[in-house]
Each structure stands twice: as structure tokens, then as C-alpha cells.
Design a binder for this molecule. Structure first.
Ligand code: HAM
Length: 428
């Protein structure tokens, strides 16, 4: 037998409605904030992520699914959604239209990570990107969208925010970080020694216990912000207050991608262990320019759908039950089952969720099956119905006996008015 690749998961038919629910709430929330959907390819030129995500990040150095295609191009399965959205924004000249450009996506994402609960190699993100607005109100808008989504899904999470400044204040901070870490170099892991040289900010992102102990006392970026970045951070706090959103300031958040400037944030749940970050994002004012576009400010976030579902499950959030068939047509014998088949299809044409037997079941077994799939009503077609002409033609008039599964009561319904009857039942 061929098994599923490590770090990937099937969404089975019985569970798909949970995904549809979360995606549906995400799409609805995006609409309330006037976002439109963007769909970009699952793979892009590798260069996009090297330049976009950053060549010292874990994602680029260790986790990308990169291969050469038959035309000998280096191709990478998207390890996140922002770079592709930014590429599309530039390539399609979206910046020449009305600003800001507000978009969202639902996409599979691929990272070669060590799989564990809430950490997969193929996972799914609901992501949001707003291009063209430089003010902190855009940051607060995006954070508010994430906050609305998480609340609508019934999640209790904490928002942590930080500012990692712009390249000019970052230079002073990087210098301070180097001064702080220099005497501790021997105690740092292999990766952090490289980070020290290439990108000291990444030192704060290390998951190794020893490195974490050392970086706990590192200087705070917030003490090194230039006046403009400090002002932007103050404005963000004021806008979050206007939106009624609570937050904690956490100067240790630097995020795992290199494109961020100024605002970074995460929504974290205490309910699913180590992989508690359900949503992360921030401002990335340099990315569009870095990728060759006319510089444009931008801000966004992405939420991991598997993690949202995990928190919902572990905290017992109830979601609306999946719709069940309104009616099941049971046939007493082979001839009646044929009629059941025809009438089921006729009702489906009229937009009614209907089911019938495809396993040559006995009438008793058909009832059991109707019960299992939680059909609301059962219509039994027997000789009497065939003889009476009810089943001769799906449009013909004639009363069928409709049995309610919950109450076991029956009532007579004309087939010609059956669609209307079931539509009403659905609304009850
Ligand atoms: P990220 O923090 O790398 O940001 O990922 C966003 C979310 O994806 C995380 O908060 C988490 O919920 C989920 N996630 C990440 N890795 C995994 C994994 N291995 N398995 C399951 N879920 C995972 C980004 O991707 C940025 N593009 C977000 C962004 C958009 N920033 C600005 N715009």
C-alpha cells in the first residue's frame, strides 16, 4: 500500500464541512472588510522567495520544496502566500489602480518542517494583504480583521504586537545585538553563529533552549526605534484602542520572514501547546520595491487553517451541523427502487437535498441507512404507489406517504408539490 507523505493530511469527506465552515467564515469576514480574493499559482520561480522571504530565514535555508522542472528552471512550491501576492500585484500593475488594494487568499502552503501536532509540511493558510496604505490605521484594520475572524470562530486568543523598525533604526539595533551576543557566541547553536554574522535579528527567533536563555536578556528593539517608527507604533496602539482590541506588547516577536518592517503581530492560543500561534503578520513596506516594483507600503497576515481547527476542537467550539438529506426515497423492490431513483433525481433538479438506495438493500436496511445519514423524511414506494400511478411520471399528481424519521408520523404529499413541501420543511 502507498501511504500519505509524512507531514500531510487528508481531509476526509466526513470532516470537510468543518473546513468549509472555517473557510466560509473567513471569506465572509474578508467581505465585511471589503477585500477581494486573489488566486496565485501553487509554485513560483525560486528567486521570488529568495528575494522575498529572505535567504537567511529558516524557510528559505531549510524548508522549501524546490526542484528543477523539465525546462531546467528552479521552481518552488509556495512556502507562504505573501510573496506570490506581491509578485502578482507588481506584474499586473495593480498599484496603478485605486488604492489601497485589499485582497485575501486561501491556499495550500509547503514547508519541509519536523511534523508535530499543528505543524505540517503541507498546510493551509487564510491570508490577507493590503497594498498601498502606509498609515497605522491600515495595520489596525488588518489586525481587526484577524481579530473579527478569530472571535467569529469562537476562539479565545491573545494578540501580541511589536515594532521591528525600518532599515535605518534596524542598523543601530543590529549593532546593539551584535555587542550583546558577541561574548555569548560560544554558547549559541550552529545556525545562530551564522545568524550573528548575516542577520542578527534572526537570533531572537531561535527555538533552541540554550539560545533562548541567552536571547532572553538581549536589548529590546523598542529602545532603538527611529522617531518615525516610534510614532507609527504609537499610532497603531491608538487605532487598536479605537477598534476596541486588547493587546500585549512583546518586544521578542521578530517573525520568521525577512520582509517585515515596523509592525509585527501574532495571535496566540494557550490551548494547543507549542504550536499556539494561529495567526501572524505585519507590515512589509520594502517588499514591493525589493521585488522590482514601484515601492508601495503593505501590511497583512496569515492564519493556519489546521491550527484554527485544532484550537476549535481542543476548546470544544460548536460549529453548525452539516446539512442532512431532507428526504430519502425507499423502494420496496427492484421496480420500486427504479422509481425511487427517478423521483430522487427529479427532486434534486428542483434543488432538494435527496438520497436513495444504490446497494440493493432490503426495505428494512434502507430505513436503517436513512437513519444513519440522518435523512429528515422517508418516502416508501411500494406496489400501491406504483399501481396508483404516483410513480408513473414524476410530474403526475398523486399522494405519497412521507414519514418523518424523528416523530414516525406520516402525512400525504402530492409529488407535484413535493419540492415546495421540502423547501418549507428545510426552513422550519
Ligand atoms: P507565518 O507566521 O510563517 O506567516 O505563517 C502564518 C501562519 O501559518 C502561522 O501563524 C501558523 O498558524 C500557520 N503555520 C505556519 N507554519 C505552519 C506549519 N508548518 N503547519 C501548520 N501551520 C503553520 C506567513 O506565512 C506570512 N506570509 C504571513 C503574512 C501575510 N505576513 C504578511 N502578510
Amino acid at each position: 500500500m502507498i501511504n500519505i507523505p509524512k507531514g500531510t493530511k487528508d481531509v476526509l469527506p466526513a470532516d470537510a464541512y468543518r473546513w468549509q465552515y472555517v473557510e466560509g467564515v473567513a471569506r465572509e469576514t474578508a467581505k465585511l472588510y471589503n477585500l477581494k480574493e486573489i488566486r496565485t499559482p501553487v509554485f513560483e520561480h525560486t528567486e521570488l522567495f529568495l528575494r522575498g522571504v529572505g535567504d537567511t530565514t529558516d524557510i528559505v535555508t531549510k524548508e522549501m520544496y524546490t526542484f528543477r522542472d523539465k525546462g531546467d528552471r528552479s521552481i518552488t512550491l509556495k512556502p507562504e502566500g505573501t510573496a506570490g501576492a506581491a509578485r502578482s500585484f507588481i506584474e499586473n500593475g495593480l498599484g496603478n489602480g485605486v488604492l489601497p488594494v485589499k485582497m485575501y487568499y486561501v491556499t495550500p502552503v509547503f514547508r519541509y518542517e519536523r511534523p508535530q501536532a499543528g505543524r505540517l509540511r503541507e498546510f493551509h493558510q487564510f491570508g490577507v494583504e493590503v497594498f498601498g496604505a502606509k498609515g497605522a490605521d491600515a495595520d489596525a484594520e488588518v489586525i481587526s480583521l484577524a481579530d473579527s475572524l478569530l472571535k467569529r470562530l469562537g476562539l479565545k486568543v491573545k494578540l501580541r504586537i511589536n515594532s521591528i523598525g525600518c532599515p535605518s533604526c534596524r542598523a543601530a539595533y543590529n549593532k546593539a545585538l551584535k555587542e550583546y551576543f558577541a561574548p555569548h557566541l560560544d554558547g549559541l547553536c550552529y545556525d545562530c553563529k551564522a545568524r550573528f554574522e548575516k542577520n542578527p535579528l534572526r537570533l531572537l527567533d531561535c527555538k533552541e533552549e540554550e539560545c533562548r536563555k541567552i536571547n532572553a536578556h538581549a536589548p529590546s528593539i523598542l529602545d532603538y526605534l527611529c522617531p518615525e517608527c516610534a510614532e507609527h507604533f504609537e499610532a497603531l496602539k491608538a487605532y487598536l484602542a479605537l477598534a476596541g482590541i486588547e493587546y500585549e506588547i512583546d518586544p521578542r516577536i521578530v517573525r520568521g520572514l525577512d520582509y517585515y518592517t515596523r509592525t509585527v503581530f501574532e495571535f496566540v492560543s494557550d490551548d494547543i501547546g507549542a504550536q499556539g500561534t494561529v495567526c501572524g503578520g505585519g507590515r512589509y513596506d520594502g517588499l514591493i520595491g525589493e521585488l522590482g516594483g514601484a515601492p508601495a507600503p503593505a501590511v497583512g497576515f496569515a492564519a493556519g487553517i489546521e491550527r484554527l481547527l485544532l484550537v476549535m476542537e481542543s476548546t470544544g467550539v460548536k460549529i453548525p451541523e452539516e446539512e442532512k438529506p431532507l428526504v430519502y426515497f425507499a423502494g420496496m423492490d427492484a421496480e420500486c427502487r427504479k422509481k425511487a431513483f427517478a423521483l430522487t433525481i427529479a427532486l434534486r433538479h428542483a434543488g432538494i437535498y435527496a438520497e436513495t438506495d444504490h446497494m440493493e438493500r432490503s426495505i428494512k436496511a434502507q430505513f436503517k441507512y436513512a437513519d444513519k445519514i440522518k435523512a429528515g423524511k422517508v418516502i416508501i414506494l411500494g406496489e400501491e404507489e406504483l399501481d396508483s400511478g404516483v410513480c408513473q411520471n414524476e410530474l403526475q399528481e398523486g399522494a405519497m406517504s412521507v414519514k418523518c424519521m424523528a416523530s414516525s408520523e406520516s402525512e400525504k404529499v402530492d409529488f407535484s408539490s413535493a419540492a415546495e413541501y421540502f423547501r418549507k420543511k428545510k426552513g422550519e
